[in-house]
Design a binder for this molecule. Structure first.
Ligand code: ATP
Ligand code: MG
Length: 317
């Protein structure tokens, strides 16, 4: 297995390999920590706000390990039988409750094949389903009615992701489950890294457009009326839309009106609607960023444009 040969010296080589294979920007420390944990045979839980790169990190590590990966997308309707396995009714009619009638679920498959169980959105699973994971994680076995005990082969690991507890539609995992994971918290990346992600993910080469878009989405995270700001997904979306637009304020506004309302959440006490808040964000981000500030021009050139309405054209209000 890949990680068995990892040493302190080769850890960062592995990080570089993962980053280049998946075109990941930054996150060197987080990847190194995750690799340390999985090399030590620990299960990891990657926690962070929406769109911060949890899935990309978890899946790139799972893939690097070179073991079979079984994926579960957590939601409240996911059942214990789906996770462990179930009996196929026609097969049961023919053969009864035998091993041949049993269809293994992702947990049983990951255990018997020494693979990775990759659980996206762990805290969306209901408590009964979460409890099934407990013996698998520390004793390496689960009991399945009519089948018996399933044992985990060496290499079995769980890599999970979840949004932080305070997010709506998520609940917290039990203390017992939490006690079986190493926690890897992810927060938003730096402005420079976010710009690079947008460039890589959209192929947009216009530096000013990228800078302005990233300034806009970062502004959503600090606006006092916004409870949940936009992630890098909003920035890549805006950049993709801007490919079909020009580069003046109205173009940014159009892209923001399309990309932001679904991705930001206003505080309950906000007196303004989402479009009014976006207008405020645009005004602040666009006019304060270097990109749309009038270029420093010789004095006479500035005089020339006065009164022509040229500059007004770009400002809606
Ligand atoms: N460090 C990064 N380098 C390159 N791309 C990134 C990075 N972080 C995030 N992305 C990109 O941003 C998008 C969102 O990332 P991802 O889906 O991993 O977020 P998430 O935290 O799992 O979101 P959610 O909470 O909605 O599940 C993806 O397109 C991903 O490729
Ligand atoms: Mg995700």
């Amino acid at each position: 297995m890949r990680e068995a040969s990892l040493t302190q010296d080769t850890l960062y080589e592995a990080v570089r390999e993962i980053k280049s294979r998946h075109s990941i920007v930054g996150r060197d420390e987080e990847l190194a920590e995750a690799l340390m944990c999985v090399s030590a045979g620990r299960h990891i839980l990657i926690e962070g706000p929406v769109g911060v790169g949890k899935t990309v990190l978890a899946s790139s590590i799972a893939e690097y390990l070179g073991r079979p990966i079984f994926r579960v997308d957590g939601d409240e309707r996911y059942t214990e039988q789906k996770l462990t396995g179930w009996f196929d009714p026609p097969a049961v009619m023919q053969r009864g409750y035998t091993h041949e009638s049993f269809i293994s679920g992702p947990l049983s498959n990951a255990m018997t094949q020494g693979g990775i169980l990759f659980i996206n959105e762990l805290n969306r699973l209901n408590e009964g389903v979460q409890n099934v994971l407990l013996p698998a994680m520390d004793e390496g076995k689960i009991e399945i009615p009519r089948i018996g005990t399933i044992y985990a082969k060496e290499g079995f690991l769980i890599i999970s992701t979840q949004n932080p507890r305070e997010f709506i539609a998520t609940s917290s995992i039990s203390e017992a489950l939490s006690d079986r994971f190493e926690l890897l918290p992810l927060s938003y990346q730096s402005e420079a890294e976010e710009r690079e992600i947008v460039e890589r993910r959209t192929g947009t080469r216009d530096r000013k457009v990228v800078e302005t878009i990233v300034a806009i989405i970062r502004e959503t995270r600090v606006h006092p009326s916004v409870r949940r700001g936009a992630s890098i997904r909003a920035a890549t979306s805006m950049a993709a839309i801007m490919n079909y637009l020009g580069t003046d304020v109205e173009d940014y506004r159009k892209a923001a009106y399309l990309a932001l309302p679904t991705r930001i959440e206003l505080r309950e006490d906000s007196k303004k609607n989402v479009y009014e808040i976006i207008d405020e964000i645009i005004d602040k981000a666009v006019f304060s960023s270097a990109s749309l500030k009038p270029e420093a021009k010789p004095q006479d050139a500035v005089e020339d444009t006065k009164g022509t309405g040229e500059e007004k054209k770009t400002i809606r209000k």
